[in-house]
Design a protein around this ligand. Structure first.
Ligand code: PBG
Length: 326
């Protein structure tokens, strides 16, 4: 007889056995729901390329966040779509800007029951759609942009954000924001840094939802180049040294190797962003009857957690929370 008589299938026999030995668990606690809020609309506006996702009004946003809180989802991240845009992205730090108004309302609605995160960037607020200030040669000016990020983060903190999440990939953005927050007395507002954010084709539907596609050029001079893995660790190290409390890898599914290496390089909480096209591809195939969308969504998030992410930003947060229970 062969020795040892190992039979891995013994532990796969029943659902309870599989549950007992599961290495990775996905719980409602791991989910962050990305939400869009648009200025000047009276009804929620569906995002065509992301079925099931809407641009919210302030009122519908409130209802959605209340529902997520009741389902036990611990966090949301807000993206604003302003009524007017300009070269410097004034809406990003306007105290009366759409995200600031939303944060204030949500803080009144849910208090500290839900972690309110705000995406800190300019692309939703600039008329050219770039994530920073564009100079007269058409380049994004790193250092001029840092001041704008710091101002936006302070406005978000003032409005009630628990966490600000810089996503523009400017060098030094975490340090600039930390300094801005501390100087304004917001030492307790945390920074979730989009540290390893790649110049990905998987953001297409988001740019419809946030109405922020660049009007010229692309984001390749500031977002990371997809072939590069080691550089992700450099970006993570810089952000942590600058004061990031949590780091993020984005997108998620096509970058599981990056998530795994970031996980082994740091003990800080690691988030991963399951982005708009990762969502849209699943929903589109499910609508065609080609896949079981709920099962694929669960498998995606399980894989992202298995790779090492502590939490996952995903447009499936609500449906997953409904399936998982809290
Ligand atoms: C930039 C930002 C983007 C996403 C999140 N923050 C767009 C971009 O970099 O072009 C994309 C998220 C997604 O695709 O779901 N503010």
């Amino acid at each position: 007889m062969a020795f040892p008589d190992q039979r891995p299938r013994r532990l796969r026999r029943t659902p309870a056995l599989r549950r007992l030995v599961a290495q990775t668990r996905v719980s409602v606690d791991d989910l962050v729901a990305p939400l869009f809020v648009k200025e000047g609309i009276t009804e929620p506006d569906p995002v065509t390329s992301m079925p099931g996702v809407v641009q919210h009004t302030l009122a519908s946003l409130r209802t959605e966040v209340r529902a997520l809180a009741d389902l036990g989802v611990p966090a949301v991240i807000l993206f604003g779509v302003p009524a007017a845009k300009d070269g410097r992205g004034s809406g990003a730090d306007d105290p009366d800007g759409i995200v600031q108004r939303a944060l204030a309302e949500l803080r009144a609605e849910v208090g500290d029951d839900v972690v309110l995160m705000a995406d800190t960037c300019l692309d939703e607020y600039t008329d050219h759609g770039h994530c920073g200030i564009v100079d007269d040669r058409g380049q994004v000016d790193n250092d001029a942009t840092l001041e704008r990020y710091a101002a936006a983060a302070v406005a978000q903190a003032e409005a009630g954000a628990h966490v600000v999440a810089p996503s523009g990939m400017m060098d030094g953005q975490v340090a600039a924001i930390r300094e801005g927050l501390d100087d304004a007395g917001h030492t307790d507002v945390a920074i979730l840094a989009y540290s390893a954010k790649y110049a990905s084709a998987l953001y297409g539907p988001f740019r419809d939802a946030a109405e922020c596609a660049p009007q010229f050029g692309d984001r390749r001079s500031y977002q990371m180049d997809p072939p590069n893995a080691r550089e992700a660790l450099e970006e993570i190290g810089l952000d942590l040294a600058e004061g990031a409390d949590m780091v993020m890898v984005k997108p998620a599914l096509a970058y599981l190797d990056i998530i795994a290496s970031v996980r082994s390089a740091t003990d800080a909480p690691v988030g991963a962003y399951h982005v708009s096209a990762e969502y849209a591809m699943v929903v589109a195939a499910a609508q065609n009857g080609w896949i079981d969308g709920d099962a694929v969504a669960r498998e995606h998030v399980t894989a992202i957690r298995r790779a090492g992410a502590d939490f996952v930003l995903t447009y499936f947060a609500r449906t997953l929370a409904e399936q998982l229970g809290s």
